[in-house]
Design a protein around this ligand. Structure first.
Ligand code: G6P
Length: 362
């Protein structure tokens, strides 16, 4: 069901632009008029018996899992581990007594993730696949499936799958938190928050011309680039760097802001681009001072900041949403920065060298 690129020069831009509407669609599909999650009670009963969640994924799906950990631990208060599937498959993990496995996979076909699911099935542990493709292999082989409803994602660099995975994780975390009688889950007005997210995404996308200028100024001529953040901002930094390296071939890395001084800061030279993602109140001041340490060593820094935490001189301001959902907004300028860097370098945005959309070999 390839619907074509429409007016867009590349699928990636089309898919970035689809994200606000996907958020609205997921809201009506997964939340009722009162904001109650519409999730199969059998799935919730199974999850409620678990003492620990294991989220498994590769690439961008792994990064969406990291954001999910924060949602499940806050809203459900259940220990949640996130693993790269190719690592977990051969790691002889020591599992909890009652594990529950969540597979995140856009395609539902990633071989590395399937190996883990096959082992999970052999051991008769319960599992859920969150995927964009109904009847895909990982969907068929898991006990439960939740669909992303994002429409076909054609561009190799994943965008809308990441944000829809996070939105579905948020619904699931709220649902399970409510089953457990967690007040924070009941009070979390996800319906309202997702409508703020949708509007916020659109307002970021509407600033594409500014983001294009930033891509030209900071990235196009750079050999390397770094994204920094703490906590959930660090998880987005990993995804932001992955986007940039995948389609612009710039050596881009995401670092935990606090780890910088333990090694990565040695990489900073005059004009090295360093982006600070700052959306969390608790760590904003620390993140800023870590970013300033790179500036004082010559880095060309810029900030992506949630409005409530913004200071004069910040580069890109994000609309305010609940701190648990800021990745849904902070990733958008990063997606567009990668897009415009690739475009301005004259590269094939949708078909980067050496990469495949779905990798069905280990
Ligand atoms: C490939 C793609 C990535 C994707 C990863 C996992 O490497 O190029 O964009 O994140 O596979 O794919 P999945 O379909 O399992 O989410």
């Amino acid at each position: 069901k390839d619907t074509g690129k429409g007016p867009y020069p590349y699928y990636m831009l089309k898919e970035v632009n689809e994200q606000p509407n996907i958020m609205r669609k997921l809201t009506t599909l997964y939340l009722d008029a009162k904001g109650k999650p519409k999730i199969d009670h059998k799935l919730l009963d199974k999850m409620n018996q678990a003492d620990r969640l294991y989220i498994i994924g590769a690439g961008t799906s792994y990064h969406a899992g990291l954001v999910g950990k924060n949602l499940f631990e806050k809203l459900v208060h259940i220990p949640t581990e996130v693993h790269v599937s190719s690592e977990f498959a051969y790691a002889d993990p020591i599992l909890s007594k009652h594990p529950f496995f969540i597979f995140l996979t856009q395609s539902g076909e990633t071989a590395d993730s399937r190996v883990v699911l096959t082992n999970v099935n052999k051991m008769h542990y319960p599992s859920l696949t969150i995927t964009n493709v109904d009847h895909s292999t990982l969907s068929r082989e898991a006990d439960y499936t939740l669909l992303l409803h994002a429409g076909p994602e054609v561009s190799v660099a994943s965008t809308k799958a990441y944000t829809s995975q996070i939105a579905v994780e948020a619904v699931l975390a709220k649902a399970l938190g409510e089953v457990k009688g967690r007040q924070i889950a009941v009070d979390f007005n996800l319906r309202h928050q997702l409508s703020l997210v949708a509007t916020g995404m659109q307002s970021v996308i509407d600033q594409h011309a500014k983001i294009n200028q930033m891509a030209k100024k900071y990235f196009v001529k750079s050999y390397n680039a770094f994204y920094l953040g703490r906590g959930t901002d660090f998880y987005v930094a990993l995804e932001a760097a992955l986007k940039l390296k995948e389609i612009s071939y710039i050596q881009a890395e995401g670092f935990a802001s606090g780890e910088l001084k333990h090694g990565p800061i040695a990489l900073i030279q005059k004009n090295t681009p360093v982006v600070g993602i700052i959306t969390q109140k608790k760590t904003a001041a620390l993140s800023r001072s870590n970013l300033e340490e790179t500036a004082s060593r010559g880095a060309k820094t810029f900030t992506i900041v949630r409005r409530a935490l913004a200071k004069p001189g910040d580069s890109f301001i994000l609309p305010d949403v609940d701190e648990m959902l800021t990745p849904l907004l902070s990733v958008i300028p990063a997606q567009l920065l990668a897009y415009y860097t690739s475009l301005n370098k004259g590269l094939n945005v949708d078909q980067p060298r050496n990469l495949a959309k779905s990798v069905t070999v280990e």
